[in-house]
Write a protein of this length. Structure first.
Lengths: 275, 326
């Protein structure tokens, strides 16, 4: 047991704190990939939806100048955002509510680990994986439907995906802070997810919405993330002129998402409950 | 493990108090806690000594868990202080928490983690980093080694409780705080938990636990505080508390003895019939049983079905509060 003694001695150094965070990330990763329900909603469902939508609209071109860009190239970035919402808004809120309901938060409160680290590790894990999930969807869309993207634009989409993941994780955190029970949290998260999904220009173009909903759409976090992710990926196409997505400049999208992020953090911190 | 405990003690820095067995290791003074208008704890004071198994005993809702939560630094009391190994809990929560190993009433296992990963994760929260070999070694002490690669959801009730105890000692704490460690367990598993608790004490750890099972407190604890409605109503060793009752033993039998002849036995203090059984109170059960045997022979009866019940903590609680624990 000498080694155990030695390891237990090194407390409160910065490196110990980092190592602890690394182990948290690892544990979060393991828990996530072993969670079949999450895997379904975050990966299989968006890909399945892509196959259905792709079979219906996949080869339709926009009819405008961009002859080579088909509908699947608009839809895939939207489905990436859908996946971010599933893992963040819905996934994170219910995981946090479960942690609370099952006494895990209480138990963590009895350890020297600050609960913020627990939350940050989850967000870190999720936002990292979200890039991989997006890559998987992009690959499927290319292989199955021959989708085309700007190579440089794909790289530009990465920070947008990470920002989107963080915003939805934070919104999920806020829901879990405001609503107590796991069952209720899931209902509330779904209720919020639903309009964000249909009004966020994910696969339904903004032109399909009535005028007043087009106005609403501009303010939704799902729309803002979709614009940020999609625009660079198919930058050769004028998505605003085609009325695929509303006219919001990229810096405004980023600013808007930061407003959501800060609001979510304030609400989460203010209404956080241990049990 | 003992060596680890010693080394860990030296690692706490110059402000830590190195406590010898018998010294006060947890000092609770005048603790009051309320939840809104409800006063859960009203002026509790108690001292836990190093190396003992201290039990907080009382009915559900008496304030046991609230008292523990304050010691663990989870709740800010309205008034009063808690000092653990010389550290004030409110001012040095982090230092105190590093000394404590805790098991709450809920098991608090993360989903989808294998048992060994769960232990490693909780240990890391204390910045204690364990290899898989070390974790398996720990698990084997609790007869869980073969479950190292199983998910926590695959554990039986008794295994879950043992797992919770592994998590309570994964940071090699000097003080182990267990909130109702045996509630809901069958008698056999409960005894297994008692053995583990005794073993923790044998390793030099101090154990503070709560229970609403009086016989558990009597069997397991060096000293107990009986609390009721947020107040300590008695605090001593179980033996002394029972003796302080000066209560008589209760002998009962279904053999039909003549009441007056039983009453005539010098050690007998009372006789009455209750539901077809003769209930005899005695200040010297050995003498009374001997005399009853003689009576039986005289009356050509066989002395079957005779039970002697010594007063226990349950009786202490009834004497103090006028009601049963549950």
């Amino acid at each position: 047991m000498e080694t155990f003694a030695q390891t237990s001695v090194q407390t409160r150094s910065g490196s110990a704190s980092l190592r602890r965070f690394w182990l948290l990330l690892q544990a979060d990763f393991l828990m996530y990939i072993r969670n079949r329900a999450a895997m379904f909603w975050v990966i299989l469902f968006p890909i399945g939806l892509m196959l259905v939508l792709g079979a219906i609209y996949g080869n339709q071109t926009d009819g405008a100048a961009s002859g080579s860009v088909t509908a699947i190239s608009f839809i895939t970035p939207g489905l990436i955002v859908l996946s971010l919402m599933s893992s963040g808004l819905i996934g994170n809120s219910s995981v946090m509510a479960q942690y609370r309901e099952r006494g895990i938060l209480r138990r963590v409160q009895t350890t020297p680990l600050p609960v913020q680290h627990l939350i940050l590790a989850r967000i870190g894990m999720q936002s990292t994986l979200s890039v991989g999930q997006a890559a998987l969807m992009i690959i499927v869309s290319i292989l199955v439907f021959n989708a085309r993207y700007e190579t440089g634009g794909l790289l530009e989409a990465i920070p947008a995906i990470i920002l989107g993941s963080i915003v939805f994780m934070a919104l999920g955190q806020a829901i879990a802070a405001l609503v107590r029970k796991v069952d209720t949290v899931q209902v509330v998260a779904q209720a919020i997810n639903f309009p964000l999904m249909f009004l966020g220009c994910l696969w339904i173009p903004v032109s399909a919405l009535p005028d007043w909903l087009q106005e609403v759409s501009k303010f939704l976090p799902s729309t803002l993330v979709a614009i940020l992710v999609r625009t660079p990926m198919i930058s050769s196409v004028d998505l605003v002129a085609l009325k695929i997505q509303p006219d919001v400049a990229l810096p405004i999208c980023v600013a808007g998402l930061f407003v959501y992020l800060i609001a979510a953090i304030v609400v989460s911190a203010r209404f956080f409950k241990w049990s | 493990m003992n060596q680890a405990a010693t080394l860990d003690r030296t690692a706490t820095g110059p402000t830590a108090t190195v406590s010898a067995a018998g010294d006060t290791i947890i000092d609770v003074q005048g603790l009051s806690v309320s939840y809104g208008a409800v006063k859960a704890v009203r002026g509790i004071s108690l001292q836990v000594r190093s190396g003992e198994i201290f039990g907080i005993v009382g009915p559900n809702g008496a304030g046991k868990t609230t008292t523990l939560s304050t010691i663990e630094g989870l709740i800010k009391p309205d008034s009063g202080t808690v000092t653990v190994m010389g550290f004030d809990v409110r001012q040095h929560t982090d230092d105190v928490q590093r000394k404590l190993g805790i098991s709450l009433q809920t098991t608090a296992f993360f989903d989808n983690l294998k048992c060994w990963e769960l232990v490693r994760l909780y240990a890391s929260m204390y910045e204690v980093f364990l290899t898989k070999t070390q974790v398996v070694e720990m698990l084997s002490r609790f007869e869980l080694a073969e479950k190292a690669n199983a998910l926590s959801s695959q554990l039986s009730g008794g295994q879950q409780q043992r797992m919770a105890l592994v998590l309570a000692i994964c940071n090699d704490p000097q003080i182990v705080i267990l909130d109702e460690p045996t509630t809901g367990l069958d008698p056999q598993v409960r005894r297994a938990v008692w053995d583990i608790v005794r073993e923790l004490r044998a390793e030099g750890r101090t154990v503070l636990l709560t229970t609403h099972y009086m016989e558990e407190a009597q069997e397991l604890c060096s000293r107990i505080a009986i609390i009721d409605r947020g107040e300590v109503i008695a605090l001593d060793t179980p033996g002394r508390l029972i003796n302080s009752l000066k209560a008589d033993n209760l002998i009962s039998t279904s053999v039909h003895f003549p009441e007056d002849e039983v009453q005539a036995i010098p050690s007998v203090t009372g006789v009455r019939w209750d539901g077809g059984r003769l209930l005899i109170t005695s200040r010297d059960p050995r003498d009374t049983v001997f005399a009853l045997q003689k009576l039986a022979v005289e009356h050509h009866q066989v002395l079957t079905d005779l039970t002697v019940k010594q007063p226990d903590l349950e009786d202490v609680f009834i004497a103090l509060t006028g009601r049963k624990v549950e």
